[in-house]
Design a protein around this ligand. Structure first.
Ligand SMILES: N[C@@H](CCC[C@H](N)C(=O)O)C(=O)O
Length: 277
């Protein structure tokens, strides 16, 4: 399945059994575009004792992440269309906590999903990032590879470093992305986003994902970009922002009550049996 071109191989653990040791090697194997199926990683759709369904996310290097915005929309579609939930609004457990998804349905098919992603966390310790644990990182000077940037850091359950730039077509995604991702200031590494502000309600966005590299879209990253825009006075709380990603658009709103809502598409590419030879 994919959300705006951010593709994962979804494994139905309501039906399959995988051991813990199999997970990271399997994610690397199926994500390989030459020797596997080809994707940004692997997502497990699992039974849960806290919600109707649980999501586990593996990047294409085998590392496990605590959250995935595009994955949540796809898991919501998967769970609804496979009959694992009957309501249109339901909770999904993630390693970062519970979120609430609402599927938008036409002719029994889910075309888009809104996820209440909860509240962003802004302290350095929540990322984590070196420095004073309780301090926020908003437009903080950030020197890397002889380049002076300004960093705004946001956790959406997983860590994001947002950098505002003048022209999205000049975003140094493939050059600075991998360097910033593994910068020692981020002990658990970080997802790296470059953002051009078009207006108070429109952003352009490019991403270098931790553990996966350049992807077409990152849902948690788009949420972090909107939160960072509001913290830097480029946009307003309570007003939806359209984020243009390489693979399409997401609507994101940081509500007055502190929760972040994300709405966008979720699509099935194909379904089948993966039989290892
Ligand atoms: N593509 C995702 C995020 C996946 C996890 C991320 N690479 C991490 O390691 O935190 C999204 O849509 O949010």
């Amino acid at each position: 399945m994919h959300g705006l071109g951010n593709s994962y191989i979804y494994v139905d653990l309501f039906k399959e059994t995988l051991s813990e040791e199999q997970l990271a090697p399997l994610a690397i194997e199926v994500a390989d575009k030459n020797k596997g199926i080809g994707s940004d990683g692997m997502i497990l759709v699992c039974p849960s004792d806290k919600a109707p369904v649980k999501m586990r996310v593996f990047n294409n290097d085998g590392s496990e992440a605590k959250n995935c915005g595009n994955g949540l929309r796809c898991v919501a579609k998967f769970a609804y269309e496979h009959g694992y939930v009957n309501e249109e609004t339901f909770q999904i457990e993630t390693l970062g906590g519970l979120v609430t998804a609402t599927v938008h349905v036409e002719n029994e098919r889910v075309h888009t999903v809104t996820v209440n992603m909860g509240q962003p966390r802004l302290s350095r310790e929540s990322l984590p990032m070196q420095g004073e644990a309780s301090h926020q990182v908003v437009a903080e000077p950030f020197d890397v590879a002889n380049t002076e940037l300004e960093l705004t850091a946001v956790s959406m359950g997983n860590p994001h470093g947002v950098f505002f730039i003048e022209d999205i077509n000049q975003a140094p995604v493939d050059t600075l992305g991998p360097i910033i991702e593994k910068d020692p200031r981020f002990p658990e590494w970080i997802n790296v986003e470059f953002v051009e502000v078009v207006s108070e309600t429109e952003l352009h966005f490019r991403v270098w994902e931790r553990g996966s590299g350049i992807t077409q879209a990152c849902g948690t990253g788009a949420c972090a970009a909107v939160v960072a825009s509001i913290l830097n006075h480029h946009a307003k709380k309570g007003t939806a922002v359209t984020v243009h990603l390489l693979g399409g658009d997401l609507e994101i709103e940081w509500r007055e009550d502190g929760d972040v809502l994300m709405t966008g598409a979720a699509e099935v590419i194909c379904e089948g049996l993966y039989k290892r030879k």
